[in-house]
Design a binder for this molecule. Structure first.
Ligand code: SF4
Length: 282
């Protein structure tokens, strides 16, 4: 199904630019190249060499991952107290391969030894619960935030667009468990796949008891440059008559409907750099 490869990297911490910089981050930390979740809409392979990828990564996205075996050592060398780190824009740190070959525990231990100002984990993997005790320990040393991606309330949609990802019910249960352990965890509705937006927002608020972050599928109409949605997901949308989820006007209506649910429950909802900026807030 997928392979694990290994390499020694020159760096794992990279100064950020563009979206992440605007949101308030200073660095990203990527423990691997290529992601074994292999989502059909993933933006990363569209970045090509600008995402630090090799051609085989974008032609065989999700079919293998290359773990940086010296990631923890490099993190330990590069971590600084003023950094605001996003882990990771290029791979899910709790991707399926992480179950077989763990990299994150050692990285978290490096974060504990040399804590940055803020350390954000972006994931959709309930596997993060394996490291719960270590995460609780990490949060004593740095401002640890977890942004947990939930994409739809309809499991048949999840199976179409992200078949290797766990069900959204499992993901919501993981959010709740992380919250109950005292961790700062956000439900991040991104990318928004075909769903009942009111139901999705309600479920996400119940799990996280926190403001909601979201982002529609990126499209060239609203994002002329940089990473964008893989063509494969658009083909799926066409097959299932769901292409409106790629149209900016329709996406805007969905965002407003989610916002309305959040406001009624006493929370905020934001997308783009404003939403992701909450993760980087000092
Ligand atoms: S989990 Fe994230 S990085 Fe991995 S394939 Fe899916 S969208 Fe891409």
């Amino acid at each position: 199904m997928w392979q694990i490869r290994e390499s020694t990297a020159k760096s794992v911490l990279t100064p950020v630019s563009g979206f992440l910089k605007e949101a308030g981050f200073t660095h990203s930390l990527s423990p691997a190249r290529n992601c074994t979740y292999g989502c059909t809409y993933c933006y990363v392979p569209t970045m090509g060499i600008y995402g630090g990828l090799h051609p085989e990564d974008w032609t065989h996205w999700g079919q293998f991952t290359t773990l940086k075996t010296n990631a923890a050592e490099l993190a330990q060398q590069g971590l600084r107290p003023e950094q605001v780190i996003y882990c990771s824009p290029l791979v899910d740190p709790y991707q399926p391969a992480e179950r077989e070959r763990p990299v994150m525990p050692e990285i978290l231990e490096a974060v504990i030894r040399k804590p940055p100002q803020i350390f954000v984990i972006q994931t959709r993997g309930p596997l993060i619960l394996r490291d719960l005790a270590l995460l609780v320990e990490t949060a004593k040393f740095t401002k640890l935030r977890i942004s947990f991606s939930v994409t739809t309330d309809r499991d048949e949609v999840r199976r179409r667009y992200e078949p290797r990802c766990e069900s959204n019910e499992e993901r919501l249960a993981a959010i709740q468990e992380l919250r109950e352990a005292g961790l700062e965890v956000y439900a991040t509705l991104a990318p928004l796949l075909p769903c009942n937006p009111e139901r999705l927002a309600q479920m996400a608020i119940e799990a996280s008891s926190r403001n909601l972050i979201g982002d529609p599928l990126h499209v060239r109409g609203t994002k002329p440059r940089g990473a964008t949605t893989r063509a494969l997901s658009f083909e799926i949308a066409r097959r299932y008559d769901e292409t409106e989820w790629f149209f900016p006007d329709f996406q805007e209506q969905i965002l407003r409907r989610i916002e309305s649910v959040a406001h009624k429950a006493g929370y905020e909802f934001a997308s783009g750099t404003r939403g992701f900026g909450w993760l980087a807030k000092k």
